[in-house]
Design a protein around this ligand. Structure first.
Ligand SMILES: Nc1ncnc2c1ncn2[C@@H]1O[C@H](COP(=O)(O)OP(=O)(O)OP(=O)(O)O)[C@@H](O)[C@H]1O
Ligand SMILES: [Mg+2]
Length: 628
């Protein structure tokens, strides 16, 4: 035998190992789209934890994989046998038939195994991913307002939908195929050596080329893939923001501008996708050419040797050898290529996993302290003791605010826009934690009360009323199934929401579309009142919307407010001073500080800020009345 074969094969194998090792090391340093902070192995370990409950399914899949590997290796051998039979003069018809039947049976078993494998993997993978998605959603729900403000919604959507999808490939294909292809490659090499060492050496000479191709391909494909992914996130973020704000776009005639912006993003994404397809389009034919070369080399040597019947280490090249090798070469290149692609996908799945884990690792800032207590009942005494608060470090929004609200009384906050009224309300329910001072409920620091237990006692009606898609009723009960239909009706009646609800075609079952866009602002506000009253809170928080509502609805709202003031403690931010004339205490805020406080009458007598505010509104009303 020509020693060149051995040298070529040894060099080939060595070069392959070097190139692979080099690529692996470089890979670690290179991230997809962003700096990777977690090690591959740590990510893998964490991912495997998700798979652990399904180990039985995966064990079954591994068994199936073993069958398919065995079949892949056996099938060419059977065909080789047939070739030998056919090559003999006066061949044995039955022997060929027997081989054909065996071939058929093995093929069918292999197909069934592949099918079962796909089904089991898909099912298990989807289950794992749906668990992960659920975990992610629950986790996001627990993040504090400050944390949520910091991440664009579109990004969160991408994490929950796209990134989990990319991770799902890890379980549905990548991991198993990776294992399969490694064993398959090893299996083919062993099988080829045992059939004919010389031809195997020739085949191995070509391996470095395919590895080289693959590495070059990976460099480009990774870049393309990263591009696609970034553009996809970009479009998602753009969409989620602009679809929410589409009405503003329309009313400011900004459609054309937005169209152009979207068009640009859309085109960039298209280009990125084309790039990706192009990279694959070049890679596959290159590999095919390589395959053809290998086959030609094998046939050249094989045919020469068959004719001269040269044997090497006792191995003779016959018809069967050629047939077997022809098939092995075709199958041998596939797992090597796939290995590279799977490695790629694994990297992108790792990248997605890391993004998901980085959200899961965000510790909710506002959590129960260890000794947090459950409060089954609260009276409703509220006290702020020298409270300092800033959204952004050192930009104080509240500066030493102190006040006391007695259980059952109504306290109102007035003040200019941005003076910190909504902030005070957000602090009482611990949407944010204060930096200095103390907030006490019934004399207990709110940081010592379990958050769920604290929030249960508060009914919040916020400045921008949020209604969910569903029905009127589902918006009132939310997820509290203990609220009966009668209670819902009672609550609606109490806050005067029944008047408009009764006018609806389906009443309480009327459909509410996304964000309640089929209801007016006033109706939405009444709906939020009903929601609050139905949940029977001990303390009610109302941040009055500044939106103008018609006089009729205003009267209804006014009336229901007065009724609600009798339910329990009430904290109210009012823009119409008429709303709060009967409040027990009115606090006037200016730039995060309390300017004055007292009852309506006391404050009027004081002739301070409240007095001038009242005069302004009163004059306006008089003017309006005069015009009418
Ligand atoms: N999430 C936030 N991040 C940073 N700053 C904020 C945030 N929310 C509010 N602020 C700032 O805090 C200040 C007080 O806001 P707040 O919402 O309490 O005002 P307000 O008195 O309720 O005003 P309005 O009458 O307009 O509702 C404002 O200057 C505002 O810019
Ligand atoms: Mg506000």
């Amino acid at each position: 035998m020509n020693p060149l074969y051995i040298i070529g094969a040894v060099l080939g194998t060595l070069a392959t190992s070097f190139i692979v090792a080099f690529a692996l090391i470089k890979d670690k340093k290179q991230a997809i789209g962003f700096d990777r902070n977690m090690k591959d192995i740590d990510i893998l370990k964490r991912l495997l934890k998700y798979a652990k409950p399904y180990w039985k399914q995966f064990a079954f899949v591994i068994l199936l994989v073993a069958f398919t590997i065995a079949a892949d290796i056996a099938l060419p051998l059977i065909l080789g046998d047939v070739a030998d039979e056919l090559g003999e003069v006066g061949f044995d018809y039955f022997a060929v038939l027997k081989d054909a039947i065996i071939y058929f049976v093995v093929l069918v078993i292999s197909l069934v195994c592949t099918y079962l494998m796909a089904v089991v993997l898909q099912k298990t993978g989807q289950r794992i991913i749906s668990n992960m998605r659920q975990q992610l959603f629950v986790h996001i729900e627990n993040l504090s307002h400050a944390q949520l403000n910091a991440i664009p919604v579109g990004k969160l959507v991408t994490r929950v939908c796209n990134d989990t999808n990319s991770v799902s490939m890890m379980f549905t294909g990548i991991l198993v195929n990776l294992v399969k292809n490694i064993f398959l490659t090893a299996g083919f090499i062993i099988a080829m050596f045992s059939v004919n060492a010389k031809l195997t050496l020739i085949v191995l000479c070509f391996v470095p080329f395919i590895v080289l191709f693959t590495i070059i391909f990976r460099k480009f494909s990774r870049k393309a893939y990263r591009n696609v992914k970034n553009n996809m996130t970009d479009i998602n973020t753009y969409l989620s923001e602009n679809l929410s704000g589409i009405k503003v776009t329309q009313s400011f005639n900004q459609e054309a501008t937005k169209n152009n912006q979207f068009l640009r993003k859309n085109r960039t994404l298209g280009k990125a996708l084309n790039q990706e397809i192009f990279v694959y389009g070049v890679f596959r034919p290159c590999v095919y050419v390589l395959y053809i070369f290998t086959v030609i080399a094998m046939l050249w040597v094989g045919a020469n040797d068959t004719i001269s019947q040269v044997s090497f280490a006792g191995q003779v090249i016959g018809y069967s050898t050629i047939v077997i090798f022809y098939q092995y070469i075709a199958s041998f290149f596939t797992p090597i290529q796939e290995l590279a692609e799977q490695f790629n996908r694994m990297q992108s799945a790792f990248a997605s996993s890391e993004k998901i884990f980085s959200i899961l690792d965000m510790q909710p800032e506002i959590v129960d302290s260890e000794d947090a207590i459950e409060m089954d009942e609260i009276k409703g005494d509220i006290e702020f003791k020298d409270v300092w608060f800033a959204y952004i470090p050192d930009e104080w929004v509240l500066k030493g605010v102190s006040f006391k609200v007695n259980a059952g009384s109504t306290c109102a906050f007035v003040g200019a826009t941005g003076s910190g009224k909504s902030t005070i309300l957000a602090l009482i329910v611990r949407n944010y934690d204060i930096q200095k001072g103390q907030i006490l409920i019934d004399g207990v620091d709110i940081k010592k009360i379990k958050i769920s237990s604290l929030r249960r006692h508060f009914g919040q009606m916020l400045q921008d009323v949020f209604v969910f898609s569903g029905t009127v009723k589902s918006n009132i009960v939310l997820r509290d199934e203990s609220i009966t239909d009668e209670q819902v009706e009672e609550a609606c009646k109490y806050v005067n929401a029944d008047k408009f609800i009764n006018k609806l075609e389906h009443g309480l079952d009327e459909e509410v579309r996304e964000r309640g866009n089929n209801f007016s602002a006033g109706e939405r506000q009444l709906l939020s009142f009903a929601r609050t009253v139905a949940h029977k809170p001990s303390v009610m928080i109302l941040d009055e919307a500044t939106a103008n509502i018609d006089t009729e609805t205003e009267v209804l709202i006014q009336d229901s407010l007065e009724k609600m003031m009798n339910i329990g403690t009430m904290l109210i931010v009012a823009h119409r001073l008429s709303t709060i004339q009967h409040a027990d205490n009115i606090i006037v805020l200016q730039s995060g500080e309390i300017l004055e406080q007292g009852t309506h009458q006391q404050l009027l007598r004081k002739k301070g800020k409240y007095f001038s505010l009242y005069q302004l509104q009163y004059k306006k009303q008089l003017l309006e009345a005069g015009e009418a």
